[in-house]
Design a protein around this ligand. Structure first.
Ligand SMILES: [Zn+2]
Length: 501
């Protein structure tokens, strides 16, 4: 069914046909979290985006090795040179061992991702477990003449690199611009003259005695720069050249630019063929970020406990909200948008619940109408077309709602399964489930009561209705409402459903 898959490559600034280096294998590296605080919506976006990309590639038959790292050596603000070690800083505040902080927030990150139904990566390397690889790569860069040591720190020599390659190939920045923008740093440089040029970046930093996270190296005690971990770990697990490198747009410069420079200088290759970047989550038009202090953590979304939240939003609502926008568009937070997402998600789940319960039957008197089959096939085609167009989940969800329309017609008895024909019915059921659950990763958030108990309540409701006990009917309806459910009185039956309001 799917024709070619096209992805937007930040490196070429255009959509390109996706052709893995070594099909059917696909290597994908995505920059993971720095574990010194709870994940917020800005962290959920890349996780969900690359989760759907991973799921879709698998659906297409690729064998994907997905690597997503954990930055637990405390990466630094800005250029990895200035600023304090984030994990170390937090550890000092909370009087605990830095690895305890890293472990705590890694566990909490995993729990949040599980609630969002984000698949685990195949390999999740920790930066702290790959200090040796990072030192080795830094040594190689020194040997090749692309890095220099000063007072126990090692810097990447951007000017040297530029004699053969082009620093700025990904971000489109040129050195002159960078120099003009580095006025501040240049002034600082007069005091600390370690770097040859302001745009040089740290591969290894000498640690002051009070710096808590430090390791032994050929240059004395210190800690790795922020960029080298991803170069060293992606090369270790995916090779010197692999297919996809992903992350948020805020990582494009300097982080990914520096990764390219390091790997290129070391191996003579740009590490990834396709560079994919998700856009930012905004709040009142401003980027949601830890450094700006305007973030809402996932746990706050789930509990509703944040001054900006009018109500709690469930994990699947958050997932649906993220997928309703194409990953390269900005995603603006608002309660209105989240409420709309909650409604849309529940409509989808009501359709999913119903179609799962339905099986095909065909009384002889009814013959299928071809138009239904054609409409179903058209919606399926549109779903694939959207996903093949740089994973456009926004348009894919619209196609899914076309299929939902058909399911709702079945639900209200406007059409019978037999009218779709067996082929049409099976396509509707199977593709709807596959698209929703397997590719988009949207699952039913089941009510807190077991299905049996709910069915029993439905039965009581039916009896009360039969007995015209309207006080009881209202009481049961109110109970359902409290559970986030509704009762639907059909001509021939009563069904419970998720409350879409
Ligand atoms: Zn990275």
């Amino acid at each position: 069914m799917p024709r070619g898959l096209y992805v937007y490559n930040s490196l070429s600034r255009q959509k390109e046909i996706f052709e893995p280096l070594n099909a059917p294998f696909v290597g994908m590296y995505v920059c993971g979290p720095t574990v010194y605080g709870d994940a917020h919506l800005g962290h959920a976006r890349p996780a969900v985006t690359f989760d759907v990309i991973y799921r879709y590639l698998i659906h297409l038959g690729y064998r994907v090795r997905y690597v997503r790292n954990i930055t637990d050596v405390g990466h630094l603000e800005h250029d990895a040179d200035e600023g304090e070690d984030k994990i170390g800083k937090k550890a000092k505040l909370e009087q605990v061992e830095p690895m305890e902080i890293a472990q705590l927030y890694t566990d909490r990150y995993h729990a949040d991702m599980e609630r969002l139904n984000v698949c685990k990566p195949n390999i999740e390397p920790r930066a702290s477990g790959h200090i040796i690889e990072q030192i080795e790569m830094t040594q190689q860069l020194i040997q090749k003449g692309y890095a220099y040591e000063v007072n126990g720190s090692v810097y990447f020599d951007v000017e040297k690199y530029n004699q053969l390659y082009r620093y700025g190939i990904l971000s489109g920045r040129v050195l002159d611009e960078l120099e003009a923008g580095a006025g501040n740093e240049r002034r600082q440089l007069k005091q600390q003259t370690e770097k040859k040029n302001p745009h040089d970046f740290a591969l290894w930093k000498k640690a002051n005695p009070e710096h808590i996270m430090q390791w032994q190296s050929p240059w004395g005690k210190g800690f790795p720069g922020w960029h080298i971990e991803c170069s060293a770990m992606s090369a270790k697990y995916l090779g010197e050249r692999f297919d996809i490198h992903g992350g948020g747009m805020d990582l494009l410069f300097p982080h990914h630019e520096c990764e390219i420079a390091q790997s290129n200088a070391c191996f003579g290759k740009i590490p990834a063929k396709y560079w994919l970047h998700n856009n930012m989550v905004t709040i009142n038009g401003q980027k949601m970020g830890k450094s700006l202090g305007n973030f809402i953590t996932l746990r706050q979304f789930f509990s509703g406990k944040h001054p900006l939240l009018e109500q709690p939003y469930s994990p699947m609502t958050i997932r649906f909200f993220i997928l309703q926008s194409h990953y390269r568009s900005t995603l603006d937070f608002s309660n209105e948008a989240l409420k709309a997402a909650s409604k849309g998600y529940k409509r989808l789940m009501n359709g999913l619940k119903y179609i799962k319960s339905l099986s095909f039957s065909a009384p002889e008197s009814v013959s299928p109408q071809e138009k239904h089959l054609l409409e179903i096939e058209e919606a399926i085609r549109q779903f694939y077309q959207a996903m093949n167009d740089d994973f456009n989940t926004a348009v894919a969800i619209a196609a899914l709602f076309q299929m939902l329309k058909k399911i709702n017609q079945l639900f209200v008895g406007q059409i019978q399964p037999s009218l779709l024909g067996e082929d049409g019915f099976n396509k509707l059921k199977n593709y709807f489930i596959t698209f929703t659950e397997d590719i988009l990763g949207l699952l039913e958030e089941k009510p807190m009561y077991p299905e049996k108990a709910i069915q029993l309540a439905v039965q009581h409701y039916a009896e009360a209705k039969q007995a015209k006990n309207y006080a009881k009917v209202d009481e049961i309806r109110a109970h359902f409402k409290e559970m986030g459910l509704v009762l639907r009185d059909m001509k021939d039956r009563i069904e419970w459903a998720y409350d879409e309001n």
